[in-house]
Ligand binder design. Structure first.
Ligand SMILES: [Zn+2]
Length: 87
């Protein structure tokens, strides 16, 4: 598999990799930049995969968690408000 290229999130300026989960093969946007603390994802760009690994230093986060419009992804009531606010 070709090394994934970062892309811009559809709703915020962040860069993400679209990677598949090592076992479920589910596609998820993973933040390109790791965080010093609080991340729980290890990425393997050669394989285009990510794995949830528990918390550790300099791990990545699922962009669904960090996106400034994360509520919109999850369909929370707040997401509806956010969408309306942009209309
Ligand atoms: Zn985003």
């Amino acid at each position: 598999m070709a090394t994934p290229h970062p892309r811009r999130c559809n709703v915020c300026p962040a860069y993400v990799y679209d990677l598949v989960h090592e076992r479920t093969r589910g596609l998820a946007p993973i933040d390109v930049d790791p965080v010093r603390e609080g991340g729980n994802i290890i990425i393997d760009l050669d394989r285009g995969e990510y794995a949830v690994a528990g918390s550790g230093l300099w791990r990545h986060l699922n962009h669904f968690v960090t996106c400034e419009s994360a509520a919109a992804f999850r369909g929370h009531p707040g997401a509806v408000r956010a969408r309306r606010a942009r209309l």
